[in-house]
Design a protein around this ligand. Structure first.
Ligand code: ATP
Length: 218
């Protein structure tokens, strides 16, 4: 196992955002977490990254975790290359050249201020910045939000490649359930702070409840 939470409960002042959630990502696995707005997905990401303290339960992360945050959070006035460098702030080597090898679309953008890029280009930079840390687990929060299908396909192909070539493990938090279930072999469905379904993506996708609620099928 590369990361997991067990019986995790997180409360904000008035609300219980996560109520006894258990999930894990095995070495080299791509796992999806889907669920509606307010289900607790961001809370889970924050707890996993150590940004908030749970009321109870355990969190385990083995190896280095890098986050591709919702909304990308690039520095708009800094160049693409400088944004990439910030992904390796904990390392002595900040050589970005391997990232241009992995994501060749960034080569022509390297000196451009990140704030002048399209949403898809920015998401690619956010992915590259996370890869700079050479993580063993990537946690990706709402990668596809607001992006054209062609761009999303491109990002998905890059993730798949890193997974197969480098064994990068991925936890993909997505509103786009179709994408998440296609890309990841296994998935969890979170609703109102609880895991209400989990299993192989193909099995979840063929369940009438999941299909009706998340895939727009009857
Ligand atoms: P979204 O996709 O809309 O971001 P989500 O699945 O990520 O939703 P969370 O943001 O984790 O869900 O929110 C889970 C629940 O906790 C919601 O009911 C939300 O209103 C509540 N919540 C989130 N952050 C706080 C906070 N700082 N204070 C109080 N309640 C919060």
């Amino acid at each position: 196992m590369i990361a997991g939470v067990s019986d995790l409960t997180v409360r904000y002042a008035a609300a219980t955002a996560l109520d006894g959630v258990s999930l894990h990502v095995a070495d080299g696995e791509m796992v999806a977490l889907i669920g509606p707005n307010g289900a607790g997905k961001s809370t889970l990401v924050n707890a996993l990254c150590g940004l908030l303290r749970p009321a109870s339960g355990t969190i385990a992360v083995r190896g280095d975790l890098a986050l591709v945050p919702e909304g990308r959070h690039l520095f708009p006035s800094l160049s693409v290359d400088d944004n990439l460098r910030l992904g390796a702030w904990r390392r002595r080597r900040r050589d970005t050249s391997h990232i241009y090898g992995l994501l060749p679309g960034l080569v022509k953008l390297r000196d451009r201020p990140a704030g002048r890029l399209s949403g898809g280009e920015q998401q690619m930079v956010a992915l590259g910045r996370a890869l700079m840390a050479r993580p063993s687990l990537l946690v990706i929060d709402e990668m596809s939000l607001g992006l054209a299908p062609k761009i999303v396909d491109d990002l998905a192909a890059h993730l798949r490649e890193r997974n197969t070539v480098d064994g990068l493990a991925v936890l993909l938090i997505e509103q786009n359930a179709r994408l998440a279930l296609e890309l990841c072999a296994r998935a969890y469905v979170l609703e109102a702070g609880r895991v209400v379904a989990e299993g192989p993506s193909a099995q979840l996708a063929s369940s009438p409840e999941v299909a009706a609620a998340y895939l727009g099928l009857e």
